[in-house]
Design a protein around this ligand. Structure first.
Ligand code: FMN
Length: 156
């Protein structure tokens, strides 16, 4: 029973979460940028993780998910999101409804943002549009552990 974690990140938080999860559930981790390496028929469980920018998941991941929708509907699938706000319905907003309904679990892990990663214009935008003026690390271990448990059950 093999598990794939495919993720899309901009600054690395989602990659970090994908790797934490992979260690716990013994899964293969692939960056969406290397999706060409994947043969979906090798897996019966697929976990899809993305970060959010201005309400949107990583575009390549969105395209890949839509393109593989038919195959994904034959597998156990789960979604997780890394974002500053954990109260939005980013999963429903970004993925096909049929896939979201099919998922055994969805989760909002929280997120990380390092203000030092951004230049003056981006910092201004972050302040103006999102009220973000300071770095934060708001990953929720409880949510990650609970999602891990669901993944273990699904892939058993
Ligand atoms: C330019 C920008 C826009 C963002 N927009 C949102 C947003 O619309 N909603 C949200 O909840 N978080 C937003 N965030 C926060 C990120 O989703 C969060 O920092 C996440 O952990 C980033 O993951 P990554 O390091 O994998 O890219 C934004 C961050 C940046 C830098």
């Amino acid at each position: 029973m093999k598990t794939l974690i495919i993720y899309g990140t901009r600054k690395g938080c989602t990659k970090k979460c994908a790797n934490i999860l992979a260690k716990k559930i013994n899964a293969r981790v692939v960056d969406i940028k290397k999706a060409y390496q994947i043969n979906l028929s090798d897996y019966n469980t697929v976990i899809i993780g993305s970060s959010i920018r201005i309400g949107k998941i990583v575009k390549k991941l969105k395209n890949w998910t839509s393109k593989n929708q038919k195959d994904l509907l034959t597998k156990q699938i789960g979604f997780f999101i890394c974002s500053g706000d954990t109260k939005q319905n980013y999963i429903e907003m970004n993925y096909p409804a049929q896939l979201v309904e099919h998922a055994f679990a969805t989760a909002y892990f929280g997120g990380e943002l390092n203000i030092e990663d951004f230049g003056a214009i981006m910092r201004f935008m972050l302040k103006k549009k999102a009220g973000v003026t300071e770095s934060y690390n708001r990953l929720d271990d409880k949510v990650i552990n609970s999602f891990t448990g669901s993944c273990m059950k699904a892939s058993a």
